[in-house]
Design a protein around this ligand. Structure first.
Ligand code: BTN
Length: 322
């Protein structure tokens, strides 16, 4: 199916006969593959006398192009790069790898996730061929205390990457959502495998809405937007993926030494909610307060009834009060 998708990605018509010839398969076999492609939700059109085309074409992930967009330093930190057509969740797969191997430096991307996962047990809408779904595994020898504030620092790195690609005015919503004009453009899901007080591998899952069709609005219950309307016109998914992976590998490599403190001011400069009244939604209750920023560990500082309190990560999320 991948070869057929690669041919059809140009958005032009290809006859069944031509496709069969190019792939060295019968027309019946082409038809079978076409049916499979339709299940991905791609807008595939067939026209008598012309053949098949994918309307608007596809900007498919290419391992080579992603790799070519990495700096030499990041290339030296990358130990495996995998691009998949489909998977349940790149984080789930990365987790399985980390449970079996020392997978530090492995990067996995998928065109589609069938069971994409978000924070707080939510699902992450992950249709084929239009967004970025990527997971990176990184090993830390000093356990969870070495990764304090990491999820916020990752938000800063992604923001930097988006800026390199032309997207200005992205903001951060604690702990680690990427926002543009109050709409979510991307999210981060951090998971840990191994010994929380010794060697552990962190799975960093990143989802960026790049070019998601409007139809998906009905399955997403919060305001969202696409990065591609902010990116420089020549930036496709491969360039964006390369730049983000580059930023992230460099961050991960140095984090043990430099920690969140090196990212704190930049995080605060892009805080979407600073000074705003918010509701902090926790497992069993909700707290009202005014955002004061974050502390040196990345914990949220809230003024609650005049008293300053801090809250750290996990299953907490923020909502702005109207
Ligand atoms: C959130 O904001 O709720 C976090 C979203 C994280 C989504 C990414 S997409 C790649 C990786 N695989 C997953 O299943 N989830 C993360």
């Amino acid at each position: 199916m991948d070869n057929l998708l690669a041919i059809l990605s140009d958005g032009m018509y290809h006859s069944g006969e031509d496709l069969g010839k190019k792939l060295g398969i019968s027309r019946a076999a082409v038809w079978k593959k076409i049916k499979k492609i339709k299940t991905l939700g791609v807008f595939l059109e067939s026209k008598k006398g012309c053949g098949y085309r994918i309307v608007g074409g596809l900007d498919l992930l290419s391992k080579k192009q992603i790799y070519d967009n990495l700096t030499p330093n990041a290339k030296s930190l990358l130990t495996k790069l995998q691009t998949l057509t489909t998977t349940a969740s790149t984080n789930t797969l990365a987790r399985q790898y980390a449970e079996k191997f020392d997978a530090s430096g492995w990067v996995i991307l998928a065109e589609e996730q069938q069971e994409g996962r978000g924070r707080r047990g939510k699902s992450w809408v992950s249709p084929y061929g239009c967004n970025l779904y990527l997971s990176i595994v990184w090993g830390f020898s000093g356990g969870v205390k070495e990764i304090e504030g990491l999820s916020l620092a990752i938000g800063v790195s992604i923001l930097r990457g988006l800026k390199i690609c032309g997207a200005e005015n992205i903001q951060l919503k604690w702990p680690n959502d990427l926002m543009y004009q109050k709409k979510k453009i991307g999210g981060i899901l951090l998971e840990i495998v191994g010994d929380p007080s010794g060697y552990c591998q962190v799975i960093i899952g990143i989802g960026i809405n790049v070019n998601m069709p409007e139809d998906f609005s009905k399955s997403i219950n919060k305001p969202w937007t696409n990065a591609n309307k902010l990116l420089n016109p020549e930036v496709g998914r491969n360039k964006l993926a390369g730049v983000l992976i580059d930023q992230l590998l460099l961050l991960l490599e140095s984090y043990k030494k430099i920690g969140f403190l090196s990212y704190k001011n930049e995080w605060l400069a892009h805080d979407a909610f600073i000074g705003k009244r918010v509701e902090l939604i926790m497992m069993n209750n909700t707290i009202d307060g005014i955002v004061q920023g974050v502390d040196n560990s990345g914990a949220l500082i809230l003024k609650v009834n005049g008293i300053t309190k801090t809250f750290s990560g996990g299953e907490i999320s923020l909502r702005e009060c109207e």
